[in-house]
Structures are given as structure tokens and as C-alpha cells.
Ligand binder design. Structure first.
Ligand code: FAD
Length: 333
């Protein structure tokens, strides 16, 4: 199957949209669904996305599909292309701020791409993109395989972690990834070695394009004592729970650390801990976290992000770049 396909037309934050009605993208009513040709996979209209993100905010997807196989993924891309729809890729939604208006076109959720294969001879583990990263960390630890202990507190999928080069406690994906299988919007597949992904701090060349990671292989170190590796893994989780606010919805760190400075320290020094817009608040425990205190909208969070950027710039002459991916349309501030 060969198709030409445009890259996703994701609106850039701050775009002025002069045509703000209706309040979300409606081409069909909720409950309307279509079967992807040649599969039994359903594409559904008007699916709420807030509960599919860790911020718990955002409007619906105009269309949503959660394929289980490569064939279903290919059929999803082909259908979107045939309809002229932009495509957005969604893992666990733990690093996303989705507009209150929702997203136009097709959202492809990867959570059902789940499989894991351990090779005890090589120490390599191959995992589907939808596998939760903490689950992978526990499963490798209980075998005594070392290398992913740091990953246990990151609530994303393997695919999202490969794209984001997720990391914590001095470790990151780039250090153990062997390769990633990707599906291109034209239906073809590629195997990309870790060295081809341009990995730097929380960055890869997969960001900003619609290449879907379907699975990834990691090289781990064999021969560890399972109890010890599990204890190290648990220690990382406990440390995070005591230093970071896990009790309310968030996306983890909102801003990238600029150079040697920690974004959280810069925000704290600007006096912004506890600052609130609507239901969104800068966490007291960790100033690089924005919390949804229960009633936040995506707009509240977006405005708070802008406020922090402006205040930090005024105080430190530094513009903080968001680590969180901002999707959909937001009013300029
Ligand atoms: C409480 C909390 C703590 C966190 N702590 C950390 C931390 O310590 N370190 C850290 O690095 N991050 C952290 N994060 C952020 C987040 O968990 C990571 O960035 C994670 O890797 C995102 O994975 P995801 O599956 O949720 O991706 P999503 O948020 O769904 O998507 C992120 C980006 O990846 C793309 N994407 C997702 N899946 C695929 C795929 N299969 N193929 C292609 N593109 C894809 C999306 O389109 C989007 O651009 C934290 C988040 C929370 C809520």
C-alpha cells in the first residue's frame, strides 16, 4: 500500500481562530461509528479525550480509533487519508495538553498495541508501543534484568517514551533502546536504530511528525539479583512519591530545563509556587508541575503556562520552553 500523506495539521498554540463555533469539531454525532475497511476495528465519532490524558482536560476527538495490529493501524492511516483528515498520535496522554475544543480529524490511540517478548539469551526485550513503561520496568526488574529501574514512575507508554526520550534519576530511553519499528502514514514500515533517532535531552527526531512507533527493543543487563533490582526500582518510585505531587492530575514537568538551570527552581524563585488560574495551580511541592485541582480547563492550564513564561522571562531573561506537547487551538494571550 503506498499513499502520499501530508503531515498532521496540528494548530500551533496561539493561533487566532476567527471561527470558533461550534465549540468542538463535529462531523458526526457521538456513538456514530465506522468499521475500518478490511478489519473489525471501529472508528468512533466524538470520543472525549480528557480521561485519556493525565491532566484530565481537553475536548473530544472528532474521530478516535485504538488499533490492535499493524494492519488495523495501516487501515486507520489509509482511512484518514481518504477523508483528508489530519492524524494525531496518542499514547497514555501523560505529556499532552489538549485544547478544550478537542482535536479535528483522527486520533489514533496506541494503548492496545500490547505484547512483550523477553530473550533470556541476549537480554533484549521487545515491547509493543502501548505497553505501560512502569509495567515494563517491573517485569524486567523481577527477572533481575537491569537498566530500566529509573522508568518505574513515568506514567507513559513505551511508544511515547521512545518519542520523548523519557528519563529520570540519571537514566533515559536512549541509553537502552536498540531500535524502534515505525509505521509511516503511507503505510510502509521502517526499523530505526537508536543512533538514527537524534536523541538528546527529552528530544528525538520522531517528535513533530506522524511516524507511529509500533514496537521497541531494549538491551538490558542480565544476571542481576531480582530482589535487589526490584528494591532499586521501588526506591525510585518512593523517592518520586515523596518529592513530586502525584495526588492530583498533571503532566509531570511542564517545562524543559534550560541549560544548567532547573526550570522548577527558576519558577520558584519568581515567586510562583501556589499561583493559580481557574482550577490550574503551580504545585507547592514542585514548581515545574501544574496541577489540575479538580475544575481546571485546558485554557486555564494554557494561560498558566504563558503566565509562567512571562514572569520567568521578566525575572531571568529566559524563555522557558514547554516539555508538554500542546495540541489543538488556543486563544492567544
Ligand atoms: C506524574 C508524571 C510524572 C512524569 N515524570 C516524567 C519523568 O520523570 N521523566 C519524563 O521524561 N517524563 C515524565 N512525565 C511525562 C510523560 O510521562 C513522558 O513524556 C512519557 O514518555 C509520555 O508518554 P505517553 O505515552 O503518555 O505519550 P503521550 O503524552 O500520549 O504523547 C507524547 C508525544 O508522543 C507522541 N506519541 C505517543 N505515542 C506515540 C507512538 N507510539 N508513536 C509516535 N508518536 C507517539 C504523541 O503524539 C505526543 O507528541 C511524567 C508525567 C506525569 C503525569
Amino acid at each position: 500500500m503506498t499513499l502520499s500523506y501530508e503531515s498532521p495539521k496540528v494548530a500551533i498554540p496561539g493561533t487566532v481562530n476567527l471561527n470558533l463555533t461550534p465549540s468542538c469539531y463535529v462531523s458526526q454525532s457521538p456513538n456514530y461509528q465506522i468499521q475500518l475497511p478490511g478489519t473489525d476495528c471501529l472508528v468512533k465519532a466524538q470520543i472525549p479525550l480528557a480521561h485519556l490524558t493525565s491532566f484530565r482536560v481537553g475536548g473530544p476527538a472528532e474521530w478516535y480509533v485504538a488499533p490492535r495490529t499493524l494492519e488495523e493501524l495501516q487501515a486507520g492511516f489509509e482511512w484518514a487519508y481518504s477523508q483528508g483528515f489530519p492524524v494525531t498520535l496518542l499514547g497514555a496522554g501523560s505529556n499532552l495538553l489538549i485544547s478544550d475544543r478537542g482535536l479535528s480529524g483522527l486520533v489514533i490511540g496506541t494503548r492496545r498495541l500490547r505484547h512483550t517478548k523477553f530473550d533470556p539469551n541476549t537480554g533484549q526485550v521487545t515491547v509493543g508501543a502501548g505497553e505501560p513503561l512502569p509495567r515494563l520496568a517491573w517485569h524486567t526488574a523481577e527477572r533481575g534484568w537491569q537498566g530500566l529501574e529509573w522508568a518505574v514512575g513515568i506514567p507513559g507508554t513505551v511508544g511515547g517514551a521512545v518519542v520523548m526520550n523519557a528519563g529520570a534519576h540519571g537514566g533515559c530511553i536512549a541509553e537502552s533502546l536498540v531500535n524502534a519499528h515505525v509505521l509511516l502514514p503511507n503505510g510502509t514500515t521502517k526499523i530505526l536504530a537508536s543512533s538514527e533517532l537524534g536523541y538528546t535531552y527529552r528530544t528525538s527526531t520522531l517528535q513533530g511528525r506522524s511516524w507511529l512507533v509500533t514496537q521497541a527493543t531494549f538491551q538490558l543487563k542480565l544476571g542481576g539479583e531480582p530482589d535487589k533490582v526490584a528494591a532499586d526500582t521501588a526506591a525510585h518510585l518512593n523517592h518520586r512519591r515523596t518529592t513530586q505531587p502525584y495526588h492530583l492530575p498533571s503532566c509531570g514537568s511542564v517545562f524543559r530545563n534550560p541549560g544548567e538551570h532547573k526550570a522548577g527552581w527558576l519558577i520558584e524563585q519568581a515567586g510562583l509556587k501556589g499561583y493559580q488560574i481557574g482550577g490550574a495551580q503551580i504545585a507547592q511541592r514542585h514548581a515545574n508541575f501544574i496541577l489540575n485541582c479538580g475544575t481546571a480547563t485546558a485554557t486555564d492550564i494554557f494561560q498558566l503556562i504563558r503566565h509562567v513564561q512571562q514572569e520567568v522571562e521578566q525575572r531571568w531573561l529566559l524563555w522557558l520552553e514547554p516539555e508538554v506537547k500542546i495540541l489543538g487551538e488556543f486563544q492567544p494571550i
